[in-house]
Design a protein. Structure first.
Length: 317
């Protein structure tokens, strides 16, 4: 009730502001000095957005690109060579105040909303309401604040969503490849920590995604049956990865398949990415780790639900 009330007050306030300061579209500069990108949702979405950022950087190679990302997802952009700086974002009003204080002084030439929560739109409007690009499908009730509103494109791969927004902002490069580059210290740390087997062939099984979308997960029996088959057919070590909400599944697999290495909840996202660089293959359902494999170049076998078909989230190459 309270949340709905505050949303109503915020929307009404910004409708009044938009009447006095309309978000009229300005000209897109040929060589923007600074582009501010908002990407505030999940890990998979953040990885999708790296493809759009690559398109922007290809078209504007001299431009400084700053990404405002959810504070728990910022590591994705910290490993993107096209991003010069990552600014953390949270739902606390303090984050909004800090953003406005900084970017009202050093105003970006372009503000681009990729995968965002709708409450980001009013903040972005206050930063630059004449060069604010975003998708109509992502902005909730705040689409009226966009100076450059991009309609939902026709069906196709999910990367097309970021691509059409980047294109509206003047990007002409392809936006079909996600980007994530583990650094040398992370790779060295993994090699030291798992020196017993890191130089031997190994396959990673991601044991599921978050509980909010558990319908995408694979049955435990299917994991067990296929891991046993892999070990019978190939001389591969099997590694289990996942988060705290996959521990139960990983424990059952470990009990049924002695000898697997259970790293569920024992590696950070950065460490998992470094493992993917070394792995022979990843087997995963529709999870952020699957898209991390795409971004790092790890061969991946995607086990997909019919609601997440390969035409939507499969690899582009």
């Amino acid at each position: 009730m309270w949340k709905r009330f505050t949303q109503l007050i915020t929307e009404s306030t910004f409708r009044v502001l938009a009447a006095f300061f309309p978000p009229t579209p300005g000209d897109i500069p040929k060589n923007p000095r600074l582009i501010l990108v908002f990407s505030t949702t999940g890990i998979g979405d953040a990885l999708f957005d790296t493809a759009a950022i690559r398109s922007l950087k290809t078209s504007y190679p001299q431009t400084r690109i700053v990404v405002c990302a959810h504070r728990k997802r910022s590591t994705v952009f910290q490993h993107d060579p096209d991003v010069e700086e990552v600014v953390p974002y949270g739902k606390s009003p303090l984050y909004a105040f800090q953003l406005l204080r900084r970017f009202r002084r050093a105003r970006p030439d372009l503000v681009i909303l990729l995968n965002i929560n709708p409450e980001v739109v009013p903040i972005a409007y206050c930063i630059n309401h004449h060069a604010l690009f975003g998708g109509s499908w992502r902005c909730g009730n705040y689409g009226f604040l966009l100076s450059h509103q991009v309609p939902l494109p026709e069906e196709g791969h999910i990367l097309r969503l970021g691509a059409v927004i980047a294109s509206a902002a003047g990007a002409s490069g392809d936006a079909d490849r996600m980007v994530y580059q583990p650094n040398g210290s992370e790779t060295a740390s993994i090699r030291e920590r798992f020196s017993e087997w890191i130089d031997q062939p190994f396959m990673i099984f991601q044991t599921g995604g978050g509980r909010s979308r558990a319908w995408r997960d694979w049955p435990v029996d299917s994991y067990i049956r296929n891991i046993r088959w892999v070990r019978e057919q190939y001389s591969l070590r099997v590694i289990l990865t996942g988060g705290w909400d996959n521990e139960e599944v990983a424990g059952k697999i470990e009990s049924a398949c002695p000898g697997v290495v259970n790293l569920c909840s024992k590696t950070t996202l950065e460490e998992t990415a470094a493992l993917l660089i070394q792995a022979t293959m990843l087997v995963s359902t529709d999870t952020g780790v699957l898209f991390m494999a795409y971004a790092t170049g790890c061969p991946a076998l995607a086990i997909l639900h019919y609601a997440s078909p390969s035409a939507l989230i499969g690899p582009k190459d």
